[in-house]
Design a protein. Structure first.
Length: 201
């Protein structure tokens, strides 16, 4: 497991920004949630300035969502080529478009709280052709809610229970597992069904 505390202490604000940006934009396996929570906890001890953290993480989350959106826009342009047209089937894009048109804000806000989703939802939104202005507003709201929740959660925990620092590594691991749990519950049964289907043939 990546030593989140060591990274934070070594690289400070720059390390926090770069890691959380990369996690949301492309490298979804990086410990973004745990790092944000831990930075909030350390802010309660005076290691960081809380408003700086909130602004830094908000900008990181917002920009990473924007990167995903433009990746999706570029992928949509590639559908004029046969290979990508066969891979990115129009029927699936249309279904996603209907979902985002109906529940776009809710989907974006929820995705910001979960790894993998916050990486790929903006890409899917760009692929479906949502207007940039609409995405920017929804991305801003989702980033604000998620970043405030994780950062302030760590901050208030540190203020109320400073002794819990001894167990903070366990808590970070727990946050990462809980964040990924909804996705694992979706993926694992599907793999089990596929394996069962192959075995029965």
């Amino acid at each position: 497991m990546i030593d989140i505390i060591a990274i934070i202490k070594t690289y400070g604000y720059i390390g926090l920004f770069v890691t959380t940006f990369l996690e949301s934009a492309l490298f979804f396996w990086l410990p973004g949630d745990g790092m944000i929570f831990m930075a909030g906890f350390m802010a309660s001890e005076g290691s960081f300035v809380l408003p700086y953290l909130l602004l830094l993480f908000f900008v990181s989350s917002f920009l990473s969502g924007l990167v995903g959106y433009y990746i999706g826009k570029y992928l949509h342009i590639l559908t004029k080529y046969r290979f990508f047209r066969n891979t990115l089937k129009e029927i699936h894009i249309e279904r996603a478009k209907k979902l985002f048109d109906r529940h776009g804000l809710l989907v974006i806000v929820i995705s910001k709280f979960f790894p993998l989703l916050r990486t790929f939802v903006p890409i899917c939104i760009g692929l479906t052709g949502m207007k940039l202005e609409k995405f920017l507003i929804r991305n801003m709201i989702g980033s604000f809610l998620a970043i405030t929740s994780f950062t302030m959660g760590g901050y208030y925990l540190g203020q109320m229970f400073p002794w819990i620092q001894e167990y903070i590594s366990i808590m970070i691991l727990l946050i990462i597992v809980l964040s990924a749990l909804p996705l694992l519950k979706k993926i694992l049964p599907r793999r089990h069904r596929n394996h069962h289907t192959i075995a029965s043939k």
